[in-house]
Write a protein that binds this ligand. Structure first.
Ligand code: ADP
Length: 638
């Protein structure tokens, strides 16, 4: 990313927004009408010089929480960020919005470094990005200890790197506390998407934050449609998702390098624009493939878990999990790469019971197989859930989610489904409950189902559970349906999962059903592999009432709702222009304009600069930098 390109942008004077209202900066610089989540309160907390800890999911809008105060406060904001690619991205985005800033990291040659230092000293920049390793070097320390330098804020991005409990602990991050001591008047803001209490406590302790204000946002990503499909013909399922988002960016995660390479080859042979990414490739190939994806020069990346750290690309429209992730944490992190720009996107998980064994095989020799099994159970809970996926996902992170009565606010496959027919499930329910009782109410779903379906695995034989009356009596349902039944019974509060290991327990309702032998009708669709429960379907006389699920239509992506062919042509034209401009400036296309801005331009067809300023994500500098080209393109279409 050549530094020279930034000189092509219009720059806003460094003191333009000193003491301005946050709303003014939001609109004038970033082109947004309102704050999201807790952004407004967070900005205020920093402006009030209170140390602030921000826990917000990916795509929630953490960057503005320190970028806006940086422009309003007197002095410089130092932003510590762990990855050079992230820093470059942020700097490029700010520059395109007219905010001049610099980064200090190991990728700079001596000239660029000297240049950056003189700009810092001359007061030409408000925001300085620095890597934690950079912070530890004497050349950066020297600049920082210059007594004339006014550092008013230190922002620590990806702050979970400060915690031994986090997945990306970086010892260099511990140096930040020492830097903070140099600037005792500077306010500190730390930001992360990792929510656990241990990580939070470590951040506060290791940064020596002073009675920090803590803001925890919801982990919900409402624009991501959560969908789980039984993995039947995986390739067809993948292609159908790709076709839905034809021409848009997507990531497909697989668990093994071999699977990544195979799927990449198949898609490539079919003519899709696709590349692979995994730890078996050379650094150069990985970096190249990532760059082509980020710059919209290739549309699909098939990857292992190795892909994604440090990717800020906002217009990833879908993430497909071709294989089962090993934990909810992994799944949430991967799907989090979809829809950072807030536009409708899809997370599709292809789930097969066979994949469970593959995951177990992976962690058989791990340091803590029990913990790995515990994490896997969380993932299975989600994948096999019969209730709102959002609810299950958020519950895992300790958050209660209450969808509206008609589910119109949730977009997941379960909430979007029509009403399910009621089926007489009395006998399977009785068998399931008896099996829990006869195995001593000490086991989880998988074990109970293993006993019901006659598994002769070691643990069952050792416990003598092959000798009990409920062993091998569950042939009317296939395994998948037993799992579904367990979920429906949980949803109907007939059983509940308890403790860390999700041990099944029979509730009061369940005990009463066992005792009275009352008929049980449940919303259930039997798969073809099952030989049948009993009886037919009915809507009346049910001991247990069904969920009333109204069919809701999956929210459409903006580009799907554009049907006018002239407007679609304009979107294409704008995208072509954006690609050319981005390549001239050597930045990713989304740095020039986000997709949402382009779609709004195409539908609203602004004719003047004033109208252009009304478009989402277009601030004053963007109008100055790109306005005339955009207005000309639109004018040609009128
Ligand atoms: P995070 O760092 O939390 O993952 P970002 O700061 O990258 O998220 O923000 C994600 C996207 O949302 C960016 O494209 C950003 O410009 C946009 N965004 C942030 N705040 C707002 C807002 N108040 N209104 C509209 N878009 C916003």
């Amino acid at each position: 990313m050549g530094k020279a390109c930034y000189n092509k942008y219009v720059k806003i004077q460094t003191d333009t927004f000193f003491n301005a209202k946050p709303e003014t900066v939001l609109k004038s610089v970033f082109g947004y009408d309102s704050f999201r989540n807790n952004q407004r309160q967070i900005v205020q907390s920093v402006l009030d010089k209170k140390d602030t800890l921000v826990i917000m999911p990916t795509g929630g809008g953490k960057s503005l929480c320190y970028q806006i105060p940086a422009l309003i406060l007197d002095g410089i904001t130092l932003v510590v960020s762990p990855l050079i690619s992230l820093m470059q991205d942020q700097v490029a985005s700010l520059e395109s919005s007219g905010i001049h800033c610099v980064f200090l990291n190991s990728s700079l040659d001596l000239d660029s470094y000297r240049n950056a230092v003189s700009e810092i000293k001359n007061g030409d920049v408000k925001i300085v990005y620095v890597s934690p390793e950079g912070l530890a070097t004497s050349r950066v320390r020297e600049i920082l200890t210059d007594s004339t330098l006014n550092i008013s804020c230190i922002a620590v991005d990806e702050a979970h790197c400060l915690s031994q409990w986090g997945h990306d602990f970086r010892p260099d991050y511990l140096e930040i506390a020492a830097v903070r001591n140099l600037f005792s008047d500077a306010v500190v803001i730390a930001l992360t998407a990792t929510a656990t209490k241990q990580v939070r406590d470590d951040i506060v302790k290791n940064l020596r934050m002073k009675s920090p204000e803590i803001f925890i946002s919801s982990f919900d990503r409402p624009n991501i449609y959560l969908e789980v499909q039984p993995k039947k013909n995986a390739l067809d399922q993948v292609i159908s998702c790709i076709k839905r988002y034809s021409g848009e960016s997507g990531i497909i995660y697989c668990n093994s390098r071999k699977q990544v390479d195979e799927l990449t080859d198949v898609l490539d042979n079919m003519g899709y624009s696709v590349l692979n990414y995994h730890a078996g490739l050379t650094d150069e190939v990985r970096a190249k493939n990532q760059e082509l994806f980020i710059k919209d020069q290739v549309q699909i990346i098939v990857a292992t878990i190795a892909f994604g750290m440090g990717i800020d690309k906002p217009n990833v429209r879908y993430v497909i999990n071709y294989d089962l992730p090993k934990s909810i944490e992994e799944y949430y992190q991967e799907i989090g790469r979809a829809g950072r720009d807030g536009m409708p996107s899809t997370a599709l998980l292809l789930f097969s019971l066979g994949d469970i064994h593959k995951v177990r095989y992976f962690f058989e020799n791990s340091a803590d197989p029990e913990q790995a099994e515990f994490l896997l159970q969380g993932m299975l809970n989600f994948a096999q859930s019969r209730t709102c996926r959002r609810k299950v996902l958020l519950k895992y992170f300790g958050e209660e989610y209450f969808p509206k009565e008609d589910n119109s606010d949730c977009c997941c496959d379960i909430c979007s489904r029509g009403e399910l027919p009621l089926k007489d499930m009395t006998i399977p329910v009785q068998k399931f409950l008896s099996c829990i009782l006869r195995t001593g109410s000490r086991f989880g779903t998988t074990y109970v189902i293993d006993v019901l379906t006659g598994s002769r695995q070691k643990r069952i034989l050792e416990n003598g559970h092959n000798m009990i009356s409920t062993f091998n009596i569950g042939h009317e349902l296939c395994r998948e349906d037993w799992f579904e039944l367990a979920e429906v019974m949980t949803e109907k509060n007939i059983i509940r999962k308890t403790g860390d290991y999700n041990v099944l327990e029979i509730t009061g309702i369940g005990r009463s059903l066992l005792a009275t032998r009352e008929k049980v009708f449940l919303p259930f669709v039997m798969s073809e592999k099952s030989s049948g429960g009993q009886g037919g379907t009915t809507g009346a006389g049910a001991g247990i009432k069904p969920l009333t699920k109204k069919a809701v239509v999956h929210k459409k992506a903006d580009f799907e709702s554009i049907t006018d062919s002239n407007t679609l042509l304009l979107v294409d034209e704008l995208k072509q222009w954006r690609k050319k401009k981005a390549s001239e400036l050597d930045v990713p296309p989304y740095v020039v304009f986000g997709d949402k801005s382009l779609f709004e331009i195409a539908t609203k067809k602004p004719a003047t600069e004033k109208q252009l300023l009304e478009i989402y994500g277009i601030g004053e500098a963007k109008v100055e930098n790109f306005g005339s080209s955009i207005l000309r393109i639109v004018d040609n279409f009128l």
